[in-house]
Write a protein that binds this ligand. Structure first.
Ligand SMILES: Cc1cc2nc3c(=O)[nH]c(=O)nc-3n(C[C@H](O)[C@H](O)[C@H](O)COP(=O)(O)OP(=O)(O)OC[C@H]3O[C@@H](n4cnc5c(N)ncnc54)[C@H](O)[C@@H]3O)c2cc1C
Length: 346
């Protein structure tokens, strides 16, 4: 059987995990990432049990724990910033392993890119798809550098505002939730040996360690105006939103540095609630199912998509070689209900 040729559009969490999973199964994989130099907005991620389990399947959990900060407990603080409750989290990897890991998004991307290259995937930056044409024996993708790529499979892993989704005529778009997610990278306070939540009206906030030296402060602004805030005002605005907090929460607020360390995202969420593939083109990750960041499951779902997609393609290779469409149908059938449940819980 000929080696499967796959083109992955988007080199984020989902795209790189797909590249790793497919390349390990013998496919010839190219990843096209739009951003030149793989630049990535670097905010902190919290990856709890479900994500750790998927990272273990990808063989990357130790690298993430090594570069990030593992924890077993979450501390809930009252509005005065005093710890009221400590909750032991389920240790899905076993009693001797942490229950979650916090780490920087750029660090996670670096780990995934390193592994994708080790597995033989070709990673190309500054590149995107401009047109996709299904052919009887594959897919022709016109790329932004003027070239055309003929492949057996195209994976749309280009995130929330997916171009691939539009190019294949899937018009479901995630909607604005009324929330704005704020993140600031700060020095890790000594007391932050695990995530903290800070109850507060009207906005919830918290802090998650992402390395021995750093943590991120998060804040969810409710009923928020999604209009952009000038970049140089981000830190002042985030601190102002945390005015009412005291104790550890106030300490976290006061640790917020300049605006370059702060990100702000109007939160959009939604599910493509019908098949995620058209012919031999399939969507994965946020392109198919976008969830609010506060749930800490977006990355887990993206990793799981990659694992299940590679698994279905491999199973169909054995039964009916080169039958990409049946494999993509089976992939969607395994993933849609699980992701719908996650979106509905949100
Ligand atoms: C503020 C915030 C905090 C979050 N915190 C958490 C958390 O703590 N835990 C968690 O599990 N999840 C979290 N999430 C969600 C998580 O980041 C996403 O679910 C996850 O990154 C989805 O991966 P993805 O690869 O589908 O999309 P992305 O990570 O967005 O990657 C998409 C990639 O495609 C590239 N791209 C876009 N368009 C094109 C194009 N046309 N051509 C080529 N490339 C393109 C982008 O540059 C990017 O590299 C958070 C999200 C936000 C916004």
């Amino acid at each position: 059987m000929a080696r499967r040729r796959a083109l992955v559009i988007g080199g984020g969490v989902a795209g790189l995990a797909v590249a790793i999973s497919l390349a390990r199964r013998g496919a010839s994989v190219t990843v096209a990432e739009r951003e030149v130099g793989w630049s990535v907005a670097d905010w902190g991620l919290c990856l709890p049990g479900r994500a750790l389990r998927a990272l273990a399947t990808l063989g990357l959990v130790d690298a993430c724990l090594w570069c990030g900060y593992g924890a077993t407990q979450i501390a809930h603080c009252d509005p005065t910033g005093v710890v009221q409750d400590r909750v032991e989290l389920p240790r899905t990897l076993g009693p001797d392993r942490p229950a979650l890991v916090g780490l920087g998004r750029a660090t996670l991307h670096q780990i995934l890119r390193g592994e994708a290259e080790r597995c033989g995937a070709l990673l190309r930056d500054g590149l995107t798809a401009t047109r996709i044409a299904q052919t009887p024996d594959g897919v022709g993708v016109h790329l932004s550098d003027g070239s055309t790529s003929h492949v057996d499979l195209v994976v749309g892993a280009d995130g929330l505002s997916s171009t691939v989704k539009t190019l294949v005529g899937i018009d479901d778009q995630p909607g604005y939730t009324g929330q704005v997610a704020w993140r600031a990278t700060v020095p890790r306070p000594d007391w932050a040996t695990g995530p903290h939540t800070f109850a507060g009206a009207p906005h919830d906030a918290g802090l998650v360690p992402i390395s021995p030296r750093h943590a991120f402060v998060y804040l969810t602004e409710r009923d928020a105006d999604p209009a952009a805030v000038p970049k140089d005002r981000l830190a002042d605005r985030m601190r102002a939103l945390m005015t009412g907090f005291a104790g550890r929460a106030a300490e976290a607020r006061d640790a917020i540095g300049d605006s370059a360390t702060v990100t702000r995202h109007p939160v959009r969420a939604g599910l493509v609630d019908r098949p995620w593939h058209r012919g031999r083109v399939v969507l994965v990750g946020d392109a198919a199912h976008a969830l609010p960041p506060g749930l800490d499951v977006g990355a887990a779902l993206a990793f799981e998509d990659a694992i299940v997609l590679a698994d279905e393609l491999a199973q169909h290779d054995l039964a009916r070689p080169d039958d990409e469409e049946s494999a993509l149908e089976a992939f969607g059938a395994r993933r849609l209900d699980r992701c719908r449940a996650a979106v509905e819980t949100a």
